[in-house]
Ligand binder design. Structure first.
Ligand code: PEP
Length: 254
């Protein structure tokens, strides 16, 4: 990770209950205070629990939404505006998660995700912007093409200036929730190429400053090796963030 502050996100997806969140937050409080210049931690509960999570979670951990509406408040039944996320004390949002890109009932497009990112940034929310290829795309040799296509959609919408609050999460779809983790070589190769893409198509300072997280079956047993890779600046963790042993993933920055 080098000079970039390590970041660990926990994506609870559509899991847990109010009581389970209270218990988990209590267990997470057992760990010593974070040195937030060295590691940042962000947890993403389901939308109905954002406010509750913010109230029971230790204050050195931040809270993220898992999605937002692309526009402001108004006649958009079922949606949640960036203003509302901010209003309950959240500072981040996960956008472009593969489940929202790829589930046939949802199918968010590259451009829609880029527009949502612009909306989030304009309201002062930081964004974990997820990219990654399916197994079929990897096997067809399209891994980088897919990541670049997803990132280019973002670059076209936000330009070169607005990347300070963007974190990229490289999450190969075949490694998400499967227990099948990408090898350190596979991870470093894609992260290095994403940084190279940013240098060429955005600029060198964005390439050097933007954090690139790895996500896909990260756990206490495999995080330490990946955390050492030069272009890995943290993790986005699904299943392993639902238990108190998530603290061990946070510790991997050391
Ligand atoms: C995720 O949902 O972003 C994720 C990486 O899930 P898991 O850690 O369970 O593979």
């Amino acid at each position: 990770g080098g000079h970039r502050t390590f970041l660990v996100g926990g994506n609870w997806k559509c899991n847990l209950s109010k009581d389970a969140i209270t218990s988990l937050c209590k267990e997470l409080s057992a760990a010593p205070d974070l040195e937030t210049d060295k590691v940042e931690v962000v947890l993403a509960p389901p939308a109905p629990y954002l406010d509750h999570t913010r109230s029971v979670l230790r204050k050195d951990f931040e809270v993220a939404a898992q999605n937002i509406w692309v526009g402001g408040p108004g006649a958009f039944t079922g949606e949640t505006a960036a203003e509302m996320i901010k209003d309950v004390g959240c500072t981040w949002v996960i956008l472009g998660h593969s489940e929202r890109r790829n589930l046939p009932e949802i199918r968010e497009t590259d451009d829609f995700i880029a527009q949502k990112t612009k909306t989030a940034l304009s309201h002062g929310l930081k964004v974990m912007f997820c990219v990654g290829e399916t197994l079929a795309e990897r096997e067809a040799g399209q891994t980088l093409d897919v990541c670049v296509r997803q990132l280019r959609a973002l670059a076209e919408v936000i330009g070169a200036n607005d990347w300070t609050d963007v974190v990229i999460a490289y999450e190969p779809v075949w490694a998400i929730g499967t227990g099948k983790i990408a090898t350190p070589d596979q991870v470093e190769e894609v992260h290095e190429k994403i940084r190279h893409y940013l240098a060429g198509e955005v600029n060198d300072s964005v390439a050097q400053q933007t954090r690139i997280l790895y996500g896909g079956s990260v756990s206490p047993t495999n995080c330490n090796e990946l955390a050492q890779l030069p272009d890995v600046d943290g993790f986005l963790v699904g299943g392993a963030s639902l238990k108190a042993s998530f603290l061990e993933v946070i510790e991997s920055f050391k």
